[in-house]
Design a protein around this ligand. Structure first.
Ligand SMILES: Cc1cc2nc3c(=O)[nH]c(=O)nc-3n(C[C@H](O)[C@H](O)[C@H](O)COP(=O)(O)OP(=O)(O)OC[C@H]3O[C@@H](n4cnc5c(N)ncnc54)[C@H](O)[C@@H]3O)c2cc1C
Ligand SMILES: NC(=O)c1ccc[n+]([C@@H]2O[C@H](COP(=O)([O-])OP(=O)(O)OC[C@H]3O[C@@H](n4cnc5c(N)ncnc54)[C@H](OP(=O)(O)O)[C@@H]3O)[C@@H](O)[C@H]2O)c1
Length: 256
């Protein structure tokens, strides 16, 4: 069940010019319990309105359900965004109301033979939190995880060192950054040019062996969902988390 609490910013750094890694602690000193893949909500006022925005928890822990000291998130700045304005100005020691944990975008209790993890931008943060669970699945079951991660440029690949290390150390974990704008000449062999959809197609998704998790840009999520359905995957084997702002979700008023 979700709890309400206050958070204090204790650390942060820029992942790239418009994306900030932020580290919070609960002001009440309590540990924060979550399942890897879940999100928190931040509550704040903007222009006299009470707003909430959701952020996936990026904290890596062997046992997040027992509680963690630090809540890490990655915030991608959106031009003119209310939360963006607040979070980009926060300094260490500043406080904000929050609640959580929320969401069902978590790994199934049993892995499939091949498990696609597909993300764009900050949509990769749930998969960072899932890394210990993924490692243990690969060790215990004869299964494969394939992370397809879409970003514009090499320097925007979030947590690249952590994913690349797992790719190199753990047989069964394949990591493919997909760069939509530029492919630097010195990129590692596993980096590709283009959208995640192109790479997904090349794996020939198979309903007999596969499940797919999709997170981030809503257009990417819809596109991959369509491709996977056409390949024969049943809907319960296509798990989705769309990073849709409440503003985007508001339907247009009918014209007079
Ligand atoms: C379950 C869930 C988890 C999420 N996790 C994360 C996360 O880990 N990290 C993260 O950065 N965001 C995440 N988001 C998105 C986040 O909640 C906010 O929507 C985002 O930070 C923008 O909020 P804002 O108040 O700054 O912008 P708003 O004030 O909501 O929007 C300002 C303007 O920008 C447009 N806009 C909003 N978002 C986008 C976008 N992504 N791309 C293009 N235009 C946009 C709006 O339509 C509006 O015109 C998540 C969303 C959901 C639903
Ligand atoms: N340089 C920039 O233009 C820039 C940089 C940072 C942030 N922003 C803005 O900040 C906000 C959030 O950016 P973000 O980087 O966190 O997330 P994002 O906009 O979802 O972009 C992340 C990655 O997803 C790709 N993408 C976009 N549409 C796609 C689709 N339909 N299918 C597959 N991949 C798709 C993008 O490629 P493409 O963009 O190449 O299509 C990019 O490589 C957006 O408003 C964004 O426009 C812009």
């Amino acid at each position: 069940m979700a709890e309400q609490f206050q958070l204090q910013l204790v650390d942060s750094h820029m992942l790239y010019d418009s994306c900030r890694h932020m580290v919070f602690r609960r002001v009440d000193g309590q540990a924060f319990r979550f399942i890897a893949g879940q999100f928190i909500q931040l509550h704040f006022q903007h222009d006299g309105a009470d707003l909430r925005r959701s952020y996936s928890v990026a904290t890596v822990s062997e046992d997040p359900q027992s509680g963690v000291e630090q809540i890490e998130i990655a915030v991608s700045y959106v031009s003119g965004g209310a939360a963006t304005e607040l979070l980009s100005a926060m300094q260490n020691g500043d406080r904000i109301d929050a609640s959580g944990s929320y969401g069902r975008f978590v790994l199934n209790a049993e892995p499939e033979r091949r498990n696609f993890l597909i993300a764009t931008g900050t949509g990769v943060t749930p998969y960072r939190a899932m890394l210990p669970q993924i490692r243990s699945f690969i060790e215990q079951a004869n299964c494969q995880f394939v992370l397809l991660f879409g970003c514009r440029h090499g320097h925007e690949v979030l947590y690249a060192d952590e994913f690349q290390a797992m790719h190199e150390q753990v047989e069964g974990f394949e990591y493919i950054p997909c760069l939509s704008r530029t492919l630097p000449e010195d990129s590692p062999d596993n980096v590709r040019r283009g959208y995640v959809q192109t790479q997904l197609q090349q794996f020939s998704p198979d309903p007999g062996t596969d499940i797919a998790y999709l997170c981030g840009n809503p257009d990417m999520v819809d596109d991959c969902f369509r491709m996977l359905k056409e390949a024969g995957l049943p809907v319960p084997k296509i798990r989705r988390e769309k990073y849709v702002s409440p503003v985007i979700r508001t339907p247009k008023a009918p014209s007079a």
